[in-house]
Design a protein around this ligand. Structure first.
Ligand code: FAD
Ligand code: NAP
Length: 337
């Protein structure tokens, strides 16, 4: 375990916000995690468990300890006639894990290629992309209870996964440190090509050449074209969730905005937040070192490496303007500290 005081977090968050933490603790084992929890309790430090820092906004300096999760390891832990069970440690890089699985013909993760961050953070918001969500391939996870230091196993049901949400973003927020995640991956490919951008590319591939690895490659290709690489232009991906409205509200929005982009869901209609922001006039906007990405208005970028407060001030203006234009309130996706 490594403990460093007054640590700059500028390189630890993909928005490149220049903030610091009172302490930085790097852990590489479960024992380290328990020791780090004891140290934080002793010093009354609030804790910020950190993976790749690709879904956080640091509003200012953090008055506690960042717990950087460096736990590593991937292994097959079981098998049945249709699935393999694969366990990965929280600190494994997500995309490298996806590629590790594809190379062994463990399928199901291909649409989730190139999402930044770590395995341990993936269940926190039930990561999703191109019509696939983590919960579909999730088996169970182990997390250490911050209060007791004891490991607890959470099944899929116990995680209460929802759209970009889980119990760890809800009523158990800040209560557990996820140390490992086990996935249940199908041995037979079942390609999910429903998203228009993906379908457009896969339609150009000969059916016999279409497999989960080619789908992963195409997902990477689309993402590289459309999304800013955080290493070049700092960002945290989608800044807002796609709002879900009821059928009556949607019908009235459709009357005033016939070309509104929306998708029916079991519990209402999902509106494309990027479209709302674009139509409210923000796509490509840039001022004072912060900007709205021109290829996807849902992404706020921080080319000037400004503070979290400056980024949040722009986000607030966008929220207000979408309320004024559409009467819809956008909810932020990344967690603010
Ligand atoms: P961090 O930002 O380090 O942490 C996020 C939150 O989880 C924090 O609250 C943190 O305290 C907590 N946390 C992290 N690890 C643990 C742990 N082990 N135990 C307990 N709490 C923990 N998301 C999607 O869902 N789909 C996408 O397609 C997608 N695309 C993106 C594209 C770009 C360019 C970027 C920058 C982001 C994108 N994201 C996407 C958001 C982000 O990559 C994911 O949410 C990712 O899972 C965050 O991982 P991380 O390790 O960086 O988490
Ligand atoms: P896109 O393909 O341009 O689609 C725009 C929006 O429409 C998305 O938000 C998506 O919702 C929705 N959508 C498109 N086709 C759909 C369908 N067939 N059924 C239901 N909803 C549909 O989006 P994009 O910005 O290029 O992103 C592609 C995928 O990567 C999306 O799934 C997106 O969520 C994911 N992504 C997420 C982040 C993040 O930080 N969370 C960042 C980049 C990309 P969903 O968002 O609900 O899928």
């Amino acid at each position: 375990m490594l403990v460093l005081p007054d640590y700059s977090l500028a390189a630890c968050n993909t928005l490149a916000v220049p903030a610091s933490a009172r302490a930085y603790i790097s852990v590489t084992s479960d024992t380290d995690v328990v020791e780090a929890l004891a140290l934080a309790t002793e010093h009354h430090w609030p804790l910020l468990p950190l993976g790749g820092g690709s879904n956080i906004v640091l509003a200012g300096d953090f008055s506690g300890a960042v717990l950087h999760l460096g736990l590593r390891g991937i292994e097959q832990v079981g098998e049945d006639s249709e699935h393999v069970y694969v366990r990965a440690a929280a600190g494994e890089n997500w995309h490298a894990f996806v590629q590790h699985c594809l190379a062994r013909q463990w399928w199901g993760l291909e649409n989730l290629s190139l999402i930044p961050g770590t395995v341990g953070a993936a269940p926190i918001q039930n990561i999703g992309a191109y019509g696939v969500e983590l919960e579909e391939v999730f088996h169970e996870l182990v997390a250490i209870d911050v209060a007791s230091g004891l490991p607890v196993t959470f099944t899929r049901e116990a995680c209460e996964f929802r759209y970009r949400h889980s119990i760890f973003k809800g009523r158990l927020q800040d209560r557990y440190i996820i140390t490992q995640v086990t996935f249940r991956l199908p041995k037979t490919p079942a390609l999910n090509l429903g998203y228009p951008a993906l379908k457009m590319l896969t339609d150009q591939v000969k059916p016999q050449a279409l497999n989960p690895q080619t789908v992963s490659d195409l997902v990477c290709q689309i993402r590289r074209q459309k999304l800013p690489d955080p290493a070049v232009i700092p960002n945290v991906g989608s800044f807002f969730k796609n709002p879900v409205v009821d059928a009556a509200r949607f019908a009235s929005l459709q009357q005033t905005h016939p070309d509104i982009v929306a998708y029916p869901q079991p519990a209402g209609v999902k509106l494309a937040a990027g479209w709302l922001i674009d139509r409210a006039g923000w796509r490509g906007y840039e001022e004072g070192g912060v900007a709205v990405h021109a290829e996807q208005a849902l992404v706020i970028t921080n080319p000037g490496r400004r503070s979290g407060r400056v980024v949040l001030a722009l986000a607030e203006r966008i929220v207000q303007s979408v309320v004024e234009t559409f009467g819809v309130t956008l909810e932020m996706e990344p967690r603010v500290y």
